[in-house]
Design a protein. Structure first.
Length: 253
């Protein structure tokens, strides 16, 4: 995929979240059921550290940070949440402002950081014990850039730390078939897209479109192939079907 197309898709998604931020945040007011599987692993890793430093890439309205606090994951939680939507970061600030744990919410244009190889420069610190990537992977254009992201995450994780990500399995639900649009409608050259790339309509009373990639099991294996990560646990959860997200808990030796 050409860099120009990657930037086009990134712009499309940034506009999507600018337009839908309030409505989108309302649809993300609850905790994902799949997070329940993370409570014990996170508490366990926290036993070895005076602070538990968590980086939540694509933090949205900050609900995972609130989840960590309410589940008493660590008495000294340090939560850093980055997102490319300032509107969602504002909702996160409102949501987390009253909680007394250390937090840093910051603007993160992940795609541009990966293209420019400067993710280290835009993150608040160099290393974390926990890094999460929820509802983000499908917005990263091209398998090449997704591999680059996984490599960067490995670099910013402490030895013994864990990386948790989800792959959104939206093709598992028929309702998303009706939301698929021809890329040409948003001035994207379909020949530039990769297999399982889609443009989806929001269809909630607002005109907004987003780029989403369906990450297959094969692609997930490719993403971790050249890293040191070891698979601790794999499971599906969330949505009415209980299989809308595929989770992987990975550990860096």
């Amino acid at each position: 995929m050409k860099q120009a197309t990657i930037l086009q898709l990134n712009d499309l998604n940034q506009h999507f979240y600018k337009v839908t931020a309030e409505e989108f945040s309302k649809t993300r007011s609850f905790y994902w059921k799949g997070w329940g599987e993370l409570i014990e692993p996170l508490k366990e890793i926290g036993k070895n550290h005076p602070q538990l430093k968590v980086l939540d890439i694509g933090c949205g309205n900050g609900r995972f940070g609130e989840f960590l606090w309410k589940k008493s994951i660590h008495k000294k939680l340090v939560y850093h949440g980055g997102d490319n939507s300032q509107e969602l970061l504002d909702f996160a600030q409102q949501r987390l402002g009253e909680h007394s744990f250390e937090k840093n919410l910051f603007y993160l244009d992940l795609i541009n950081a990966l293209i420019k190889d400067n993710l280290s420069e835009v993150l608040p610190q160099k290393k974390y014990q926990v890094i999460t990537l929820f509802g983000v992977l499908h917005h990263i254009p091209s398998q090449k850039l997704r591999k680059k992201l996984f490599s960067a995450i490995e670099d910013h994780l402490t030895n013994g730390g864990i990386f948790v990500f989800t792959a959104w399995r939206f093709l598992n639900e028929k309702r998303f078939e009706k939301k698929q649009l021809h890329p040409g409608l948003v001035k994207i050259d379909p020949d530039e897209l990769e297999e399982n790339d889609f443009i989806l309509d929001w269809q909630r009373g607002l005109t907004a479109y987003r780029y989403c990639h369906y990450t297959s099991d094969k692609e997930v294996k490719e993403l971790t192939k050249n890293t040191s990560f070891t698979l601790e646990k794999e499971y599906t959860a969330d949505g009415k079907s209980g299989n809308l997200n595929s989770y992987q808990i990975l550990r860096k030796p």
